[in-house]
Design a protein around this ligand. Structure first.
Ligand code: AMP
Length: 122
């Protein structure tokens, strides 16, 4: 799938849409999800244009990979959720329920989040 430069996160990166920023580095931006699914719900996105984690793992430079995952760690620290715990999710593609086609990791925290998948459907 080709990267769509008009996706909402690309617009946030270009400053065309505002966001509630948590952390920013040369390689990544972290901001609050506009429709939170937990008391803490933050998204971390790489600044480089990748559709998905699969795409990112193949196409990103070593510096971009390191920079992105360090940013996830820094964001978790800033949010103060490391001790109580948190969940990271990277929805990918149609079956993964990905809505925005710019790679992002969700950080969910602030309460016990329960089982990862609510209902066994296999
Ligand atoms: P996903 O389903 O993994 O692609 O998640 C996309 C997430 O982006 C959803 O949780 C949305 O609530 C969130 N989202 C969409 N638009 C915005 C926005 N403008 N600012 C912050 N979060 C957004």
């Amino acid at each position: 799938m080709a990267y769509d430069p008009n996706n909402v996160f690309a617009k946030i990166l270009r400053g065309e849409i505002p966001c509630k920023k948590v952390y920013e580095s040369e390689y990544a931006l972290a901001f609050h999800d506009v429709n939170p699914k937990a008391p803490v719900h933050v998204l971390v996105i790489p600044k480089a244009p990748f559709v998905s984690i699969a795409d990112f793992s193949v196409g990103a430079t070593p510096d971009e990979v390191t920079g992105f995952f360090r940013a996830v760690g820094e964001t978790v620290k800033l949010l103060g959720v490391e001790e109580d715990g948190f969940r990271t999710i990277a929805n990918t593609g149609f079956n993964g329920g990905q809505e925005v086609p710019h790679f992002h990791i969700h950080i969910l925290a602030g309460r016990a989040l329960g089982p990862m998948v609510m209902k066994q459907i296999v």
